[in-house]
Design a protein around this ligand. Structure first.
Ligand code: AMP
Ligand code: GLY
Length: 510
């Protein structure tokens, strides 16, 4: 059989690696926007080809799939789903694993996702309000911060998924209203506005929602529209630097296992999270009349008010979370994809290793994420035998293989190193030992997070989870779970749904 993948990051390199291990021995073809060295090698080793092309252009994708005589396409990133690549392929009778344009709205529009949650009264939601532009949001907050107490503890973010950038936490009203901070705030709102102006596919550009607090984790699932199968929990670490400091990135590394949960999340919390995702898949299918075939995930946070709470949805696998999940997957991935296409996932035995923990660490050039131009165009040297000797795996991300075989950085996350062990800390240590195997030969710097998978960071997550659980229990005992009564004092006593329809959800606009 002939398989074609779409997308050129570490997640896609890992997908191709797993497809290459299938007993079906598929020929592997790929379309990416960068000549990813890992994808290039896997395609070559499996009688296929890596082609450079626009991954969001339906014509390019369909033409290549037809030309190569492809049986099955797997879409990696979200943007091709947002642009209707799966729809275009299915229209041509080519099977595709990937959320259709309509279904991927659960990720594309964080505002539509929140509306869907409230309309269907699903668990794991947050108070929110949407705005057409940043200025409207800013004015609204300024005017109402004294009367609507929930506005004192909010996040302001782009309502459209824009590559994991741009969330601003506003933690207290003094900070918000303080004059000294005004210039910084203006600049932030201007940058939000500029980024969102590029997108015409959503109406509400700015989302203001209550700020939650707690440990985060991702639950990635396979779905054929009838069944949603959960995979092991993974925790991604989004801050650029040690102990969760520095700017927000696409993800600097992730941990999973051993077993299906994380050391700081219980089985019960896993089950609740899966139910939330099932509810969202069901609701969006009902709303659109479309059937979901592909991957879906929840980027979750354990909170005192709701327990497992959705921060955002994935209409694909996470990057780097996919690497952990695929490393733990025991079932032949082509069998999983075929079961999705034939809508018989309920009959599939989806198996994962129970013994291994997996650590992934991303290596990025200095300049990422804020000055990507400066992070681009640096020559890379990698000692693959050293990496293998240390029992680690290498997955290429934002890298470009040149005609002369030199690999250059492409400006985003360069590559990911992965290791497995019985517990997380030794896997983390193994990656640290081999980190010097990745270098830039022009002297430009690389960075990674040494703390991912360490005892210290695990203790921090465990501590956060325990604090949240104590508060959750306290609220549960007093029957105030999920309730925000009292957060908007001037409205008097109203039930939360009423409060939302009047004050927050409303028509969803200021
Ligand atoms: P997002 O782009 O929505 O995934 O947000 C990126 C990151 O910002 C998340 O991983 C959280 O750490 C943080 N964040 C987003 N929304 C909230 C929220 N409502 N409360 C607290 N933190 C948030
Ligand atoms: N790891 C974050 C993402 O995939 O969006």
């Amino acid at each position: 059989m002939r398989v074609m993948g779409v997308g050129g990051g570490a997640r896609e390199n890992a997908l191709a690696w797993k497809i290459g291990l299938s007993d079906h021995k598929p020929e592997i073809f790929w379309i990416a926007e960068n000549r990813n060295p890992g994808l290039h090698k896997i395609c070559k080793d499996n009688q296929g080809e890596l082609r450079i092309g626009r991954t969001t252009d339906p014509k390019t994708i369909v033409r290549s799939a037809r030309g190569w005589g492809i049986d099955l396409v797997i879409v990696g990133p979200e943007e091709p789903c947002f642009q209707g690549i799966p729809d275009a392929l299915e229209k041509e009778g080519i099977h595709c694993i990937g959320a259709s344009q309509e279904l991927s709205v659960i990720e594309r529009s964080k505002a539509d996702l929140r509306r869907l949650q409230w309309e269907n009264n699903l668990a794991g939601k947050l108070l929110f309000r949407t705005f057409k532009n940043a200025r409207e949001a800013s004015d609204y907050i300024r005017k109402n911060i004294d009367t609507q107490r929930w506005l004192q503890n909010i996040v302001i973010k782009p309502a459209r998924q824009s590559g994991g950038k741009g969330v601003k936490l506003i933690e207290d009203r003094q900070a918000y209203l303080h004059d000294e901070k005004a210039r910084f705030k203006e600049a932030y709102f201007d940058s939000l506005q500029a980024r969102m102006a590029a997108y015409s596919d959503i109406e509400d550009k700015i989302l203001v929602e209550e700020k939650a607090w707690g440990p985060e984790y991702s639950l990635q699932c396979f779905t054929d529209g009838k069944t949603v199968l959960g995979t092991p929990l993974v925790q991604d670490n989004k801050s650029a630097h040690e102990l969760d400091s520095g700017p927000e990135t696409g993800g600097m590394g992730s941990i999973s296992g051993p077993d299906m949960t994380l050391p700081f999340i219980t089985r019960e919390e896993y089950d609740k999270s899966l139910k939330i995702i099932e509810g969202i898949v069901e609701a969006i299918q009902r709303k659109t009349g479309n059937s979901y075939r592909g991957m879906v995930g929840g980027q979750m946070m354990l909170t005192e008010n709701e327990g497992p709470t959705v921060i955002e949805m994935y209409s694909r696998l996470g990057d780097p979370e996919a690497l952990n999940m695929l490393a733990m997957l025991r079932t032949d991935i082509i069998d999983v994809f075929q079961a999705i296409v034939e809508r018989r996932l309920s009959k599939l035995k989806l198996e994962f290793t129970n013994e291994d923990a997996v650590v992934v660490k991303v290596v990025a050039p200095n300049g990422y994420p804020e000055k990507r131009d400066s992070a681009k165009g640096h020559p890379v040297q990698v000692f693959e035998t050293n990496i293998k000797r240390n029992g680690c795996y290498l997955f290429w991300g934002s890298a470009d293989l040149q005609e002369d075989s030199q690999v250059m950085t492409a400006g985003s996350r360069l590559l990911a190193l992965m290791a497995m062990d019985h517990t997380l800390p030794p896997a983390s240590a193994r990656i640290e030992k081999t980190m010097s195997s990745v270098q830039l030969t022009d002297g430009w710097g690389l960075y990674h997070r040494s703390d991912i998978g360490s005892e210290q960071l695990l203790a921090k997550r465990q501590d956060a989870a325990e604090r949240v659980r104590r508060l959750y229990k306290y609220r549960e005992e007093r029957g105030t779970l999920g309730s925000r009564i009292g957060w908007v004092p001037k409205l008097g006593t109203v039930d939360p749904s009423q409060l939302l329809s009047q004050e927050v959800r409303g028509p969803g606009k200021a």
